[in-house]
Ligand binder design. Sequence first.
Ligand SMILES: NC(=O)C1=CN([C@@H]2O[C@H](COP(=O)(O)OP(=O)(O)OC[C@H]3O[C@@H](n4cnc5c(N)ncnc54)[C@H](OP(=O)(O)O)[C@@H]3O)[C@@H](O)[C@H]2O)C=CC1
Ligand SMILES: O=C(O)[C@@H]1CCC=N1
Length: 270
Amino acid sequence: MNFNNKRVGVIGAGAMGSAMIRGFLKAGLMQPQDMIASDLRDNALQELKRSTSINITSDNSAVVQRSQVIIFAVKPDQVENTLKEVASSITVEHLVVSVAAGISISTFEKHLPSGVSVIRVMPNVPALIGEGMTALALGSKAGKDDQETAEALFSALGKVLTVQESELDAVTGISGCGPAYMVIILEALADGGVKMGLSRQVALQLAVQTMIGTARMIQATAEHPASLKDRVCSPGGSTISGVHVLENGGLRGLLISAVEASTKRSGELR
Ligand SMILES: NC(=O)C1=CN([C@@H]2O[C@H](COP(=O)(O)OP(=O)(O)OC[C@H]3O[C@@H](n4cnc5c(N)ncnc54)[C@H](OP(=O)(O)O)[C@@H]3O)[C@@H](O)[C@H]2O)C=CC1
Ligand SMILES: O=C(O)[C@@H]1CCC=N1
C-alpha cells in the first residue's frame, strides 16, 4: 500500500523529519518501501533505516526522483541551498511541502519551475506519536487536491488546521515551539513534587497526567480555561495560594512573552 498512490520523500531526517516519518509509519499511512529520506548525516540515516526499514540516500535528487510528495525538513538556513540543488528536477507532478520555520512560500516558488504546488506547514514533535498539531498554508499554485493530500498526510500525525501564511510565525510561537515550553512546565512541576518529598517518578507521573487530563478536558468541553481554574480554586483553599504565587511571579506574562519572542524569531529565520 502507498499513500493515494503517492510516494513520500523527506529531505532532512533530523528531529522533525524523522518524527514525521515515524508518525506516518505508526499511523499505517504508508509502508516503509514507499518512503525515502535523505540527510547529510550518515549515522542518522543508518539508524532510521535500522529502526524503520525506509529507503535512505545521501542524494537529495534520488528523493525527488522516487517521490511524488517531497517534504523539506532541513533547517531554515539550509533551505535555499537544498532547494537550488534539486529545483530543476522538480516538476508539476510533485507536491512540495516545507516545514521550515520562517521560510516563505514565495522563496520556494521563486526557485521552483513555474506551476509547482507548494504547501508550507508548521507541525510539531508530538507528530511522532500521532498527537501532533499542524497548521498549513497553501501556495499560489496549490489546488484542492494538494490541500487534501497535505491534510490527509498530516491528519495521520494529529490535528490539522489551514491558516493564512501570515499566521504561520505565530503558529510556530505556540504549537511549533510549545512542546519545549510544556516539558519545562512538566519538569518544574515535578521538581516541586520532589522538593515536597515525592520521588521523581511519582512527581513526574502526577504532573504529566495532570497536563494531559486538563488539556483533554478543555478540548472535549470547550470550557473557558478561566472557568476551569475557578472550579479548582476552593475558597480559602490550597490552589488559590499556588495561583497567587504564579501571578506574583508573572507566569502569564512570561508565557505571552515567550510566544511573542518565538513568533518574532520565526519571522527572522529567512
Ligand atoms: N524540531 C522541531 O520541533 C520542529 C522543526 N521544524 C522545522 O523543521 C526543520 C528541521 O528542524 P530540526 O529537525 O529541528 O533540525 P535538525 O537539525 O534536527 O534536522 C535537519 C537535518 O537536515 C540535515 N541537512 C542539512 N542540509 C541538508 C541537505 N542539503 N540535504 C539533506 N539534509 C540536510 C541536517 O544535517 P546537519 O545537521 O549535518 O546540517 C540535519 O540532520 C527546520 O526548518 C525547522 O524550522 C518545524 C516544526 C517543529
Ligand atoms: O526552534 C525552531 O526554530 C523550530 C521551529 C519550531 C520548533 N522548532
